[in-house]
Design a protein around this ligand. Structure first.
Ligand code: 3VV
Length: 201
């Protein structure tokens, strides 16, 4: 093998777990398989119930460090006529892979998100997602996801891979707009989700 072949053989893309990554175990307090995770924040575009224009994704715990979710493609989600906007599909992937970190009780944010669009997705159909963790190396969490049409075994329409980075509570308190951050800190409902992440402001 020459030097170039050697480098190619050892190349790992930014969303591939490095050789020293470990497969993390689900947190002992993570919800049982099939149980809903609930929203992490009522104003979240992906899962919040107080955002009428949002995706209203209902995420459920899966086996191990995995989740499933689905949402119906609405007219407000269009890019081309009658077809979903690709960015919204990426948003949904971001949300469901974000929820995978929840199964670990690790607060984490997206560092990198890659999406393969495999088939067009029409309005009025239901997209079923599954997402799972493929490794952890220090603060870096590596997740994968799939989207299928009309059922968990339906036509594969998109795939995604992501690198999430574990962060401290300060990531949110120091960077978020003060009025929303303050509202969250004063809202006991949100304290429950803070507890899930073992964050005590
Ligand atoms: C008061 C209220 C409190 C409420 C709290 C509620 C708890 C809620 C919990 C959970 C909410 C979940 C919400 C889910 C929503 C869906 C998920 C999203 O959409 S999140 C939003 C989009 N993402 C961002 O806005 C990140 C913006 N980026 C950053 O802030 C930084 O870049 C960050 C944190 C990702 C990394 O910055 P660094 O300074 O902490 O760390 P560095 O050293 O740069 O990176 C760490 C490692 O990661 C690699 N890395 C980082 N970014 C990378 C990239 N793009 N590609 C490849 N590697 C990357 C680096 O190379 C480094 O690796 P090496 O340790 O050296 O091996």
């Amino acid at each position: 093998m020459n030097a170039a072949q050697d480098a190619a053989a050892s190349y790992r893309g930014p969303t591939d777990p490095p050789a020293d990554a470990v497969l993390p175990e689900r947190h002992p307090d993570a919800p049982q398989p099939g149980k809903g995770l609930g929203t992490h924040y009522a104003q979240c575009f992906g899962c919040g119930e107080e955002r009428p224009e949002g995706l209203h994704l209902h995420v459920r715990a899966g086996e191990g460090v995995s989740v499933t979710a689905e949402f119906e493609v609405a007219p407000g989600h269009q890019g081309a006529p009658g077809l979903i906007h690709g960015g919204l599909l990426a948003t949904a992937f971001d949300e469901v892979m974000g929820a995978v970190s929840w199964m670990l009780h690790v607060p984490a944010v997206t560092g990198r998100l890659e999406t393969d669009y495999v088939k067009p997705v029409p309005v009025g159909r239901t997209v079923h997602f599954s997402a799972w963790c493929v490794g952890r190396a220090g603060r870096k969490l590596y997740h994968r996801a799939e989207a299928r049409l009309d059922g968990p075994q339906g036509l594969l329409v998109a795939r995604a891979a992501a690198l999430f980075v574990a962060v401290k509570l300060e990531h949110f308190t120091s960077n978020g707009r003060a009025e929303e951050v303050q509202a969250v800190l004063e809202d006991p409902q949100t304290y429950r989700s803070l507890k899930a992440f073992e964050l005590n402001p």
